[in-house]
Write a protein that binds this ligand. Structure first.
Ligand SMILES: Nc1ncnc2c1ncn2[C@@H]1O[C@H](COP(=O)(O)OP(=O)(O)OP(=O)(O)O)[C@@H](O)[C@H]1O
Length: 247
């Protein structure tokens, strides 16, 4: 069902010593939504997501994913909820010593037990097909270009069919054209798999293509939110600067 929040963050605070990074962030993400988080470097976008998924302990705040209170989880419950979440990290995070096939097999076996060899191969081919890279199945990560690494890491993210996908700077380090191809691919994956997404990015083309709502973090708080068009036409000069300057 749409319009049903499956991610809820309320009054999230996080400081590292004197560095007060998050000072009361609240937002919700509905099922099927693709939310982009913008903010200048160091504004706390990654910290917010890490708190949400249990990789960092928040100082204060309530967080819920798929109806589960993320602040009161046992280790077992945390692992269970993480099985429903896919991550696409900035650096791709593939295992260098494993081929593409082995990387994907590893993820799949770790996620789903008792799959037959035939199921595994079929799901690998389906994921690689979704990112247009079936021919790379037996390549090693060192043989892949930056754009191909991103595609394979996207394949690895979707192979577990997550309900929620977190993208951390999915187009970072790519030239403009390749970045746009990756954004297009993310869009097609979103349509095909219908996962709910949170996308952290500095790439405004990526934000425009992949997000249907944007929030902007400033000074530890949510400074503005809306659609790309609403924020682009904001009366707030600082907000508008995102759309015309490279952050
Ligand atoms: N584990 C940590 N220990 C101490 N400080 C941290 C830690 N993680 C993040 N920080 C600090 O928190 C602040 C926010 O970092 P964060 O990585 O969330 O920024 P960001 O908005 O994602 O930036 P970027 O766009 O550059 O990735 C920074 O000042 C950073 O130094």
């Amino acid at each position: 069902m749409k319009d049903e929040p499956i991610i809820k963050i309320k009054n999230l605070y996080k400081a590292f010593g004197k560095n007060k990074v998050l000072k009361g962030i609240s937002f919700e993400v509905n099922k099927g939504e693709d939310l982009v988080i913008l903010g200048r470097s160091g504004s706390g976008k990654s910290v917010a997501i890490k708190c949400l998924v249990g990789l960092l302990d928040p100082d204060k705040g309530k967080m819920e994913i798929l109806g589960t209170d993320m602040t009161k989880l046992t280790y077992k419950e945390l692992n269970e909820i993480r099985l429903k979440i896919g991550f696409m990290f900035q650096d791709g995070a593939l295992y260098d010593s494993m081929s593409v096939r082995e990387n994907l097999t590893f993820t799949l076996k770790h996620h789903t037990r008792h799959l037959t060899e035939e199921d595994i191969q079929q799901q690998i081919m389906e994921a690689l097909d979704s990112v247009g890279l079936k021919e790379a199945i037996d390549k090693m990560p060192s043989e892949l270009s930056g754009g191909m690494v991103k595609r394979i890491s996207l394949a690895r993210t979707i192979i577990i069919k997550p309900e929620i996908i977190f993208y951390d700077e999915p187009t970072a380090g790519l030239d403009t054209i390749t970045a746009q191809e990756i954004s297009e691919l993310i869009l097609s994956v979103q349509k095909k798999y219908k996962a709910t997404s949170i996308i952290i990015t500095h790439d405004m083309i990526c934000a425009k293509m992949t997000g249907n709502r944007i929030i902007i973090i400033k000074d530890g708080l949510i400074h503005a939110q809306g659609t790309y068009e609403e924020l682009e036409n904001s009366t707030d000069q600082w907000v508008r600067s995102f759309f015309f300057a490279n952050n």
